[in-house]
Design a protein around this ligand. Structure first.
Ligand code: SAH
Length: 362
Protein backbone atom coordinates (compact mmCIF):
# COMPACT_ATOMS: atom_id res chain seq x y z
CA UNK A 1 0.00 0.00 0.00
CA UNK A 2 1.05 3.64 -0.48
CA UNK A 3 2.31 5.86 2.35
CA UNK A 4 -0.36 7.04 4.77
CA UNK A 5 -1.81 10.43 3.84
CA UNK A 6 -3.91 12.90 5.78
CA UNK A 7 -6.93 11.84 3.71
CA UNK A 8 -6.59 8.27 4.99
CA UNK A 9 -7.20 9.49 8.52
CA UNK A 10 -10.21 10.70 10.48
CA UNK A 11 -9.71 14.16 12.06
CA UNK A 12 -8.73 12.79 15.50
CA UNK A 13 -6.21 10.43 13.90
CA UNK A 14 -4.64 13.34 12.00
CA UNK A 15 -4.08 15.20 15.23
CA UNK A 16 -2.48 12.15 16.81
CA UNK A 17 -0.29 11.69 13.73
CA UNK A 18 1.12 15.23 13.76
CA UNK A 19 1.69 15.03 17.52
CA UNK A 20 3.58 11.77 17.04
CA UNK A 21 5.85 13.68 14.63
CA UNK A 22 6.55 16.18 17.41
CA UNK A 23 4.29 19.00 16.17
CA UNK A 24 1.41 20.81 17.86
CA UNK A 25 -1.93 19.06 17.35
CA UNK A 26 -3.58 22.09 15.74
CA UNK A 27 -1.27 21.72 12.74
CA UNK A 28 -3.55 18.88 11.63
CA UNK A 29 -6.44 21.32 11.16
CA UNK A 30 -4.22 23.71 9.23
CA UNK A 31 -3.10 20.92 6.91
CA UNK A 32 -6.70 19.77 6.43
CA UNK A 33 -7.70 23.31 5.51
CA UNK A 34 -4.97 23.52 2.90
CA UNK A 35 -5.86 20.14 1.46
CA UNK A 36 -9.66 20.01 1.52
CA UNK A 37 -10.71 23.66 1.60
CA UNK A 38 -8.06 25.73 -0.13
CA UNK A 39 -7.03 22.86 -2.42
CA UNK A 40 -3.42 23.99 -2.12
CA UNK A 41 -0.71 21.60 -3.17
CA UNK A 42 2.33 23.89 -3.14
CA UNK A 43 3.97 23.96 0.33
CA UNK A 44 5.14 27.53 -0.41
CA UNK A 45 1.51 28.64 -0.09
CA UNK A 46 1.12 27.09 3.36
CA UNK A 47 2.46 30.20 5.04
CA UNK A 48 0.72 29.55 8.36
CA UNK A 49 3.01 26.56 8.88
CA UNK A 50 6.41 27.64 10.21
CA UNK A 51 9.05 27.23 7.49
CA UNK A 52 11.10 24.94 9.75
CA UNK A 53 8.23 22.54 10.33
CA UNK A 54 6.70 22.63 6.89
CA UNK A 55 8.87 20.04 5.12
CA UNK A 56 8.34 17.42 7.82
CA UNK A 57 4.59 18.06 8.04
CA UNK A 58 4.10 18.05 4.28
CA UNK A 59 6.20 14.99 3.57
CA UNK A 60 4.59 12.97 6.35
CA UNK A 61 0.99 14.09 5.96
CA UNK A 62 0.67 15.04 2.30
CA UNK A 63 2.89 12.61 0.39
CA UNK A 64 2.44 12.59 -3.38
CA UNK A 65 0.14 9.71 -4.24
CA UNK A 66 -0.89 10.35 -7.84
CA UNK A 67 1.46 11.48 -10.59
CA UNK A 68 -0.24 12.59 -13.80
CA UNK A 69 0.78 10.54 -16.83
CA UNK A 70 -1.48 12.45 -19.14
CA UNK A 71 -4.74 14.34 -19.40
CA UNK A 72 -6.96 13.74 -22.44
CA UNK A 73 -9.81 16.05 -23.35
CA UNK A 74 -13.02 15.57 -25.31
CA UNK A 75 -16.37 17.34 -25.75
CA UNK A 76 -14.71 20.74 -26.37
CA UNK A 77 -12.67 20.44 -23.21
CA UNK A 78 -15.65 19.71 -20.95
CA UNK A 79 -14.60 16.09 -20.43
CA UNK A 80 -11.12 15.41 -19.08
CA UNK A 81 -9.75 11.94 -18.56
CA UNK A 82 -6.69 11.78 -16.32
CA UNK A 83 -4.32 8.84 -16.27
CA UNK A 84 -2.42 8.57 -12.98
CA UNK A 85 0.60 6.60 -11.91
CA UNK A 86 0.62 5.43 -8.29
CA UNK A 87 3.72 5.15 -6.08
CA UNK A 88 4.29 1.51 -7.08
CA UNK A 89 3.76 2.05 -10.81
CA UNK A 90 0.13 0.87 -10.84
CA UNK A 91 -2.07 3.01 -13.07
CA UNK A 92 -5.61 4.30 -12.63
CA UNK A 93 -7.89 6.71 -14.45
CA UNK A 94 -10.49 9.28 -13.46
CA UNK A 95 -12.84 11.31 -15.62
CA UNK A 96 -14.17 14.80 -14.96
CA UNK A 97 -17.34 15.85 -16.80
CA UNK A 98 -18.50 19.43 -16.68
CA UNK A 99 -22.17 20.15 -17.37
CA UNK A 100 -23.82 23.56 -17.39
CA UNK A 101 -25.13 23.13 -13.85
CA UNK A 102 -22.90 20.51 -12.26
CA UNK A 103 -19.56 18.74 -12.36
CA UNK A 104 -19.43 14.96 -12.14
CA UNK A 105 -16.31 12.95 -11.49
CA UNK A 106 -16.04 9.27 -12.25
CA UNK A 107 -13.34 7.78 -10.02
CA UNK A 108 -11.48 4.51 -9.57
CA UNK A 109 -11.47 2.47 -6.37
CA UNK A 110 -9.05 -0.26 -7.47
CA UNK A 111 -6.19 -0.55 -9.96
CA UNK A 112 -7.87 -2.98 -12.34
CA UNK A 113 -10.85 -5.06 -11.28
CA UNK A 114 -11.42 -8.64 -10.26
CA UNK A 115 -15.01 -8.97 -11.43
CA UNK A 116 -14.11 -10.06 -14.96
CA UNK A 117 -17.19 -8.78 -16.82
CA UNK A 118 -16.43 -9.67 -20.46
CA UNK A 119 -17.77 -6.42 -21.98
CA UNK A 120 -15.70 -4.12 -19.73
CA UNK A 121 -12.12 -3.15 -20.61
CA UNK A 122 -11.08 -2.87 -16.96
CA UNK A 123 -12.38 -6.36 -16.22
CA UNK A 124 -10.18 -7.84 -18.92
CA UNK A 125 -6.95 -6.83 -17.19
CA UNK A 126 -7.70 -8.39 -13.80
CA UNK A 127 -7.13 -6.82 -10.39
CA UNK A 128 -3.77 -5.22 -9.60
CA UNK A 129 -4.58 -3.91 -6.12
CA UNK A 130 -6.98 -1.96 -3.95
CA UNK A 131 -6.54 1.80 -3.75
CA UNK A 132 -6.09 3.43 -0.38
CA UNK A 133 -8.73 5.87 0.85
CA UNK A 134 -6.44 8.80 0.09
CA UNK A 135 -5.71 7.53 -3.44
CA UNK A 136 -9.47 7.51 -4.07
CA UNK A 137 -10.04 10.94 -2.51
CA UNK A 138 -7.04 12.51 -4.25
CA UNK A 139 -8.67 11.91 -7.66
CA UNK A 140 -11.54 14.19 -6.61
CA UNK A 141 -9.24 16.76 -5.04
CA UNK A 142 -7.18 16.83 -8.26
CA UNK A 143 -10.37 17.49 -10.25
CA UNK A 144 -11.42 20.21 -7.83
CA UNK A 145 -8.02 21.88 -8.30
CA UNK A 146 -8.40 21.80 -12.10
CA UNK A 147 -11.75 23.54 -11.78
CA UNK A 148 -10.40 26.07 -9.30
CA UNK A 149 -7.59 26.90 -11.72
CA UNK A 150 -10.08 27.53 -14.53
CA UNK A 151 -8.76 24.64 -16.61
CA UNK A 152 -12.14 23.16 -17.54
CA UNK A 153 -14.51 25.20 -19.75
CA UNK A 154 -18.26 24.81 -20.03
CA UNK A 155 -20.17 26.49 -17.19
CA UNK A 156 -23.44 28.30 -17.79
CA UNK A 157 -24.39 31.95 -17.37
CA UNK A 158 -25.20 31.42 -13.69
CA UNK A 159 -21.91 29.91 -12.74
CA UNK A 160 -20.56 33.06 -11.15
CA UNK A 161 -23.28 32.85 -8.53
CA UNK A 162 -22.27 29.37 -7.46
CA UNK A 163 -18.88 28.32 -6.23
CA UNK A 164 -17.36 26.04 -8.86
CA UNK A 165 -16.92 22.65 -7.28
CA UNK A 166 -17.20 18.96 -7.92
CA UNK A 167 -20.89 18.35 -7.19
CA UNK A 168 -21.18 14.65 -8.03
CA UNK A 169 -18.88 11.67 -7.66
CA UNK A 170 -19.66 8.29 -9.14
CA UNK A 171 -17.71 5.16 -8.21
CA UNK A 172 -17.88 4.01 -11.81
CA UNK A 173 -14.26 4.17 -12.83
CA UNK A 174 -11.92 1.22 -12.48
CA UNK A 175 -12.70 -1.35 -9.83
CA UNK A 176 -15.45 -2.76 -7.68
CA UNK A 177 -15.53 -0.34 -4.76
CA UNK A 178 -17.59 -2.61 -2.52
CA UNK A 179 -14.82 -5.22 -2.83
CA UNK A 180 -12.53 -2.56 -1.27
CA UNK A 181 -15.16 -1.74 1.31
CA UNK A 182 -13.39 -0.04 4.21
CA UNK A 183 -11.30 2.20 2.00
CA UNK A 184 -14.26 3.14 -0.16
CA UNK A 185 -16.30 4.04 2.93
CA UNK A 186 -13.35 6.07 4.20
CA UNK A 187 -13.38 7.95 0.90
CA UNK A 188 -17.13 8.60 1.17
CA UNK A 189 -16.57 10.02 4.65
CA UNK A 190 -13.76 12.31 3.46
CA UNK A 191 -15.90 13.51 0.55
CA UNK A 192 -18.93 14.23 2.73
CA UNK A 193 -17.34 15.47 5.98
CA UNK A 194 -17.81 19.23 6.23
CA UNK A 195 -14.77 21.37 5.35
CA UNK A 196 -12.06 21.55 6.49
CA UNK A 197 -12.23 17.95 7.74
CA UNK A 198 -13.40 16.83 4.29
CA UNK A 199 -14.68 18.18 0.99
CA UNK A 200 -18.18 18.90 2.31
CA UNK A 201 -20.06 17.27 -0.55
CA UNK A 202 -23.66 16.14 -0.21
CA UNK A 203 -24.08 12.36 0.07
CA UNK A 204 -26.89 12.78 -2.44
CA UNK A 205 -24.32 13.67 -5.04
CA UNK A 206 -22.48 10.36 -4.64
CA UNK A 207 -23.24 7.13 -6.50
CA UNK A 208 -21.87 3.77 -5.39
CA UNK A 209 -21.97 1.38 -8.32
CA UNK A 210 -21.71 -2.38 -7.80
CA UNK A 211 -21.95 -5.69 -9.62
CA UNK A 212 -24.18 -6.79 -6.73
CA UNK A 213 -22.08 -7.88 -3.74
CA UNK A 214 -25.09 -8.57 -1.53
CA UNK A 215 -23.50 -8.56 1.95
CA UNK A 216 -21.66 -5.31 1.15
CA UNK A 217 -24.87 -3.66 -0.10
CA UNK A 218 -26.54 -4.51 3.21
CA UNK A 219 -23.56 -3.20 5.12
CA UNK A 220 -23.60 0.05 3.13
CA UNK A 221 -27.30 0.46 3.93
CA UNK A 222 -26.37 0.50 7.61
CA UNK A 223 -23.66 3.18 7.38
CA UNK A 224 -26.08 6.09 7.68
CA UNK A 225 -24.67 7.87 4.61
CA UNK A 226 -27.45 8.13 2.03
CA UNK A 227 -25.43 7.73 -1.16
CA UNK A 228 -27.26 6.51 -4.25
CA UNK A 229 -26.81 2.83 -5.05
CA UNK A 230 -26.39 1.75 -8.67
CA UNK A 231 -26.72 -1.96 -9.43
CA UNK A 232 -25.03 -3.12 -12.65
CA UNK A 233 -27.63 -5.67 -13.68
CA UNK A 234 -27.30 -5.95 -17.48
CA UNK A 235 -29.61 -8.98 -17.66
CA UNK A 236 -32.84 -9.93 -15.86
CA UNK A 237 -32.26 -13.69 -16.12
CA UNK A 238 -29.56 -15.73 -14.41
CA UNK A 239 -28.53 -17.63 -17.51
CA UNK A 240 -27.39 -14.53 -19.37
CA UNK A 241 -26.22 -12.65 -16.29
CA UNK A 242 -23.94 -15.54 -15.32
CA UNK A 243 -22.09 -14.77 -18.54
CA UNK A 244 -22.17 -10.95 -18.48
CA UNK A 245 -21.52 -10.43 -14.76
CA UNK A 246 -19.73 -13.56 -13.53
CA UNK A 247 -20.28 -12.81 -9.81
CA UNK A 248 -23.92 -13.66 -10.58
CA UNK A 249 -23.03 -17.30 -9.99
CA UNK A 250 -22.55 -16.29 -6.33
CA UNK A 251 -25.45 -13.86 -5.87
CA UNK A 252 -28.34 -14.37 -8.26
CA UNK A 253 -30.44 -11.68 -9.98
CA UNK A 254 -33.21 -12.08 -7.42
CA UNK A 255 -30.85 -11.78 -4.46
CA UNK A 256 -29.15 -8.69 -5.91
CA UNK A 257 -32.52 -7.03 -6.56
CA UNK A 258 -33.75 -7.89 -3.06
CA UNK A 259 -30.62 -6.30 -1.58
CA UNK A 260 -31.13 -3.22 -3.77
CA UNK A 261 -34.72 -2.97 -2.52
CA UNK A 262 -33.59 -3.27 1.10
CA UNK A 263 -31.09 -0.47 0.37
CA UNK A 264 -33.94 1.72 -0.82
CA UNK A 265 -36.00 0.89 2.28
CA UNK A 266 -33.11 1.69 4.61
CA UNK A 267 -32.01 4.94 2.99
CA UNK A 268 -35.01 6.26 1.06
CA UNK A 269 -32.69 6.73 -1.91
CA UNK A 270 -34.05 5.57 -5.24
CA UNK A 271 -31.83 2.85 -6.66
CA UNK A 272 -30.45 2.98 -10.17
CA UNK A 273 -30.32 -0.15 -12.33
CA UNK A 274 -27.50 -0.01 -14.89
CA UNK A 275 -28.12 -1.91 -18.09
CA UNK A 276 -25.57 -1.77 -20.93
CA UNK A 277 -27.55 -2.50 -24.08
CA UNK A 278 -25.66 -5.07 -26.17
CA UNK A 279 -26.90 -5.79 -29.67
CA UNK A 280 -28.82 -9.08 -29.92
CA UNK A 281 -27.51 -10.18 -26.52
CA UNK A 282 -29.62 -8.54 -23.81
CA UNK A 283 -31.81 -6.04 -25.72
CA UNK A 284 -34.84 -8.20 -26.57
CA UNK A 285 -38.33 -6.96 -25.77
CA UNK A 286 -38.98 -9.99 -23.55
CA UNK A 287 -35.98 -9.10 -21.41
CA UNK A 288 -37.32 -5.56 -20.99
CA UNK A 289 -40.66 -7.04 -19.90
CA UNK A 290 -39.01 -9.49 -17.51
CA UNK A 291 -36.95 -6.68 -15.99
CA UNK A 292 -40.08 -4.52 -15.69
CA UNK A 293 -41.88 -7.36 -13.88
CA UNK A 294 -38.99 -8.05 -11.48
CA UNK A 295 -38.81 -4.39 -10.52
CA UNK A 296 -42.55 -3.72 -10.11
CA UNK A 297 -43.02 -6.97 -8.13
CA UNK A 298 -40.79 -5.56 -5.44
CA UNK A 299 -42.46 -2.18 -5.04
CA UNK A 300 -43.34 1.16 -6.54
CA UNK A 301 -41.20 4.26 -6.86
CA UNK A 302 -38.06 2.60 -5.56
CA UNK A 303 -36.02 2.32 -8.71
CA UNK A 304 -35.18 3.74 -12.08
CA UNK A 305 -33.36 2.17 -14.99
CA UNK A 306 -30.35 3.61 -16.79
CA UNK A 307 -29.79 1.86 -20.10
CA UNK A 308 -26.30 2.63 -21.46
CA UNK A 309 -25.48 1.99 -25.11
CA UNK A 310 -22.55 -0.44 -24.92
CA UNK A 311 -19.24 1.33 -25.42
CA UNK A 312 -16.80 -0.51 -27.65
CA UNK A 313 -13.81 -2.12 -25.93
CA UNK A 314 -10.78 -3.80 -27.48
CA UNK A 315 -11.16 -7.49 -28.21
CA UNK A 316 -14.89 -7.59 -27.53
CA UNK A 317 -17.17 -8.92 -30.23
CA UNK A 318 -20.15 -7.04 -28.86
CA UNK A 319 -21.57 -3.75 -29.97
CA UNK A 320 -24.35 -1.35 -28.96
CA UNK A 321 -27.99 -2.06 -29.74
CA UNK A 322 -29.55 -0.46 -32.78
CA UNK A 323 -31.21 2.88 -31.92
CA UNK A 324 -34.71 1.56 -32.70
CA UNK A 325 -34.17 -1.45 -30.44
CA UNK A 326 -32.85 0.77 -27.66
CA UNK A 327 -35.93 2.99 -27.97
CA UNK A 328 -38.23 -0.03 -27.81
CA UNK A 329 -36.43 -1.33 -24.70
CA UNK A 330 -36.91 2.03 -23.01
CA UNK A 331 -40.57 2.25 -23.96
CA UNK A 332 -41.31 -1.25 -22.69
CA UNK A 333 -39.85 -0.43 -19.30
CA UNK A 334 -41.79 2.82 -19.15
CA UNK A 335 -44.96 0.89 -20.00
CA UNK A 336 -44.32 -1.04 -16.76
CA UNK A 337 -44.21 2.29 -14.94
CA UNK A 338 -40.42 2.24 -14.48
CA UNK A 339 -38.72 5.62 -14.93
CA UNK A 340 -36.06 5.01 -17.56
CA UNK A 341 -33.42 7.36 -18.96
CA UNK A 342 -30.69 6.47 -21.40
CA UNK A 343 -27.32 7.40 -19.94
CA UNK A 344 -25.53 10.17 -21.76
CA UNK A 345 -22.05 8.94 -22.65
CA UNK A 346 -19.10 11.21 -22.70
CA UNK A 347 -15.49 10.79 -23.65
CA UNK A 348 -15.85 7.79 -25.97
CA UNK A 349 -13.14 9.10 -28.29
CA UNK A 350 -10.64 9.30 -25.42
CA UNK A 351 -11.60 5.84 -24.08
CA UNK A 352 -13.07 7.63 -21.12
CA UNK A 353 -16.60 6.28 -21.31
CA UNK A 354 -18.15 3.55 -19.11
CA UNK A 355 -16.20 0.32 -19.36
CA UNK A 356 -13.37 1.79 -21.41
CA UNK A 357 -10.93 2.61 -18.63
CA UNK A 358 -7.89 0.40 -18.93
CA UNK A 359 -4.96 2.70 -18.01
CA UNK A 360 -2.71 1.53 -20.79
CA UNK A 361 0.46 3.53 -21.30
CA UNK A 362 0.27 3.48 -25.11
N1 SAH B 1 -17.57 -2.27 -10.65
C1 SAH B 1 -18.63 -1.32 -10.63
C2 SAH B 1 -18.26 0.05 -11.21
C3 SAH B 1 -17.47 0.12 -12.49
S1 SAH B 1 -18.23 0.17 -14.04
C4 SAH B 1 -19.82 -1.85 -11.37
O1 SAH B 1 -19.70 -2.83 -12.08
O2 SAH B 1 -20.92 -1.32 -11.18
C5 SAH B 1 -19.49 1.35 -14.11
C6 SAH B 1 -20.60 0.92 -15.03
O3 SAH B 1 -20.18 0.82 -16.42
C7 SAH B 1 -21.15 -0.45 -14.68
O4 SAH B 1 -22.55 -0.43 -14.73
C8 SAH B 1 -20.58 -1.30 -15.78
O5 SAH B 1 -21.28 -2.50 -15.95
C9 SAH B 1 -20.68 -0.37 -16.96
N2 SAH B 1 -19.88 -0.80 -18.11
C10 SAH B 1 -18.78 -1.57 -18.11
N3 SAH B 1 -18.33 -1.76 -19.37
C11 SAH B 1 -19.17 -1.08 -20.18
C12 SAH B 1 -19.22 -0.88 -21.59
N4 SAH B 1 -18.31 -1.42 -22.39
N5 SAH B 1 -20.20 -0.11 -22.08
C13 SAH B 1 -21.11 0.45 -21.24
N6 SAH B 1 -21.12 0.31 -19.92
C14 SAH B 1 -20.15 -0.46 -19.39
Amino acid sequence: MPPTHLADLAPAERKAAVEALGHKGFRAKQLSTHYFERLVDDPAEMTDLPARERPSLVSAMLPTLLTPVRHLVADDGRTVKSVWRLHDGAMVESVLMRYPDRVTMCISSQAGCGMNCPFCATGQGGLTRNLSTAEIVEQVVAGARMLRRGEVPGGDAHERKRPLRVSNVVFMGMGEALANYNRAIGAIRRLTDPAPDGLGMSARGLVMSTVGLVPAIDRLAGEGIPVTLALSLHAPDDTLRDELVPINTRWRVGEALDAAYRYFEATGRRVSIEYALIRDINDQAWRADLLGDLLTQRGKGWVHVNPIPLNPTPGSKWTASRPGVEQQFVERLRAHGIPTTVRDTRGQDIDGACGQLAATTG
